[in-house]
Design a protein around this ligand. Structure first.
Ligand code: AMP
Ligand code: ZN
Length: 467
């Protein structure tokens, strides 16, 4: 498997620290509001990395942090007169809901910053003791000039003079000493911890170092984020972790490009964002956004607009129909291998090989999706004939599900019994040539959120998608 490593700025062959196992840490959301679909593009990217690793038979240990203490969460909780815990849990739950709707593989250890304060303090104390960090009047700061490799990830120059940054809106242009621990002030309300350090709270960067090392070890295989995290967040994570452990922090740094709106980064501060709920409110299926995300390469910017999303909604409807039709079409048993069987098998094997090559080529999901669709074309050819040999069916459906295990764009679902009964009634009416009644039944089915497609010798019910 080849991936682009931001640290070496090269495509590299992936080699795990321990054979067959991967440790992976991904920077999660700050839960002060709903996440937007820009954030979600990045989380779909994490999911793709994990699924690609699993395709290559790795066992993946994946940790994602939830930032539940920082300037914004504290401010939000105070404004809403909620405790920090109540406030952040509210948005953390919405976040998990979004991941589920996007069919994200939840085989992940989610961990909150506030559940790992002791580990953060332990690291900070050692950094101070060894001279990497120092105390100022408002907190404890990391001394950037003490880490000789500072800038190795981002290429940021260090020139020997640094300002100090306490707040969480970090300077993206210059290196600065950054807060590891912020002493309490009146704006912090109830958000403080004691312990080995003076009453205060952690800075943002230290969270990820502490959680990554605690749950995955001092050196891990993969750390992911979006490109805006390279500097200063990830650069600072490296500085504090490696000063602490005297070991390499991460072997492969993977970064996804941004989701844009009209050429600008989607962000809460520019107020140009949509949430998944906004898309659903307009009638879109969340998976059409997933489809849009994986159809672009993660290292390319992706410009979002609704017209484009509509195309993916249509494609999603087509995918759903093809899979449902393949499952529904009549199966028959050929006694022995014939030309058609052999051909299907060969074609499918070739497509799966190409699919895997695309995925392993720095996660070329755009190309992988094309191969997935070509499997569905093969399926469509068969269903058009009105029946399929059992053996060909099993070859095709196994391949489709293997590819879908990586792309995650199809979730199987059950059609309610009442809808099936209505559809059968409609079929009966059609046979009796009572077309007006049949159409009324179709409408009723549609009002309930499903649609019917008539195929050779049968009909298929699917969810309803936007036209
Ligand atoms: P935040 O909650 O702001 O810390 O962001 C959570 C994750 O989403 C981080 O990895 C960010 O880099 C990422 N992110 C923020 N905005 C965008 C965007 N417009 N496109 C893609 N990823 C983003
Ligand atoms: Zn992080």
């Amino acid at each position: 498997m080849k991936v682009y490593n931001s640290l070496s700025r090269k495509i590299e062959n992936f080699k795990a620290l321990e054979q067959g196992k991967v440790t992976m840490y991904t920077c999660g959301p700050t839960v002060y509001n709903y996440v937007h679909i820009g954030n979600l593009r990045t989380f779909i990217f994490y999911d793709t990395v994990k699924r690609a690793l699993k395709l290559n038979d790795y066992k993946v240990k994946h940790v994602m942090n939830i930032t539940d203490v920082d300037d914004k969460t504290i401010k939000g909780a105070i404004e809403r007169r909620m405790s920090l815990k109540e406030y952040t849990e509210l948005y953390a739950n919405y976040f998990i809901e979004d991941l589920n709707k996007l069919n994200v593989d939840m085989d992940t250890k989610f961990t909150k910053a506030t559940d790992n304060i002791d580990e953060m303090q332990k690291i900070i104390v050692k950094l101070v003791k060894e001279g990497y960090a120092y105390e100022a009047d408002d907190g404890v700061y990391f001394n950037v000039s003490k880490f000789k490799d500072y800038g190795k990830l981002s290429g940021m120059k260090v020139d020997g003079s640094y300002s100090r940054i306490k707040n969480d809106d970090y300077d993206k242009e210059n290196a600065s000493d950054f807060a590891l621990w912020k002493y309490w002030d009146a704006n912090d309300g109830e958000a403080y911890w004691k312990g080995e350090l003076k009453k205060g709270r952690p800075g943002w960067h230290i969270e990820c170092s502490a959680m990554s090392m605690k749950y995955l070890g001092k050196t891990i295989d993969i750390h992911c984020g979006a490109v805006d995290l390279i500097f200063p967040h990830h650069e600072n994570e490296i500085a504090q972790s490696e000063s602490y452990s005297k070991q390499k922090f991460v072997n492969y740094w993977l970064h996804a490009e941004h989701l844009l709106v009209n050429g600008q980064k989607m962000s809460k501060s520019l107020n140009n964002f949509y949430t998944l709920k906004d898309l659903e409110g307009q009638g879109f299926n969340p998976l059409s956004f997933r489809l849009m995300a994986i159809d672009s390469h993660y290292r390319n910017k992706l410009d979002f607009n609704f017209e484009n999303l509509r195309k993916y909604e249509k494609l999603l409807a087509k995918i759903d129909l093809s899979i449902k039709a393949l499952n529904k079409v009549e199966k028959y048993e050929e006694k022995e291998d014939n030309y058609s069987r052999v051909q299907t098998k060969q074609k499918v094997e070739k497509v799966i090989e190409l699919f895997k090559e695309a995925v392993n080529n720095d996660l070329n999901t755009h190309e992988a999706l094309q191969h997935f669709l070509s499997l569905l074309d093969l399926a469509d050819e068969k269903t058009k004939k009105g029946k399929i040999d059992n053996n060909e069916f099993s070859v095709l459906s196994t391949a489709i599900s293997k590819a879908n295990d990586v792309l995650g764009i199809y979730i199987d679902y059950k059609i309610p019994e009442e809808i099936i009964a209505l559809a059968e009634e409609r079929e009966q009416k059609r046979r009796e040539k009572q077309f007006i009644e049949a159409d009324l039944l179709r409408e009723k089915i549609s009002e309930n959120g499903y649609s019917i497609a008539d195929l050779t010798g049968t009909f298929v019910i699917t969810k309803k998608y936007l036209d």
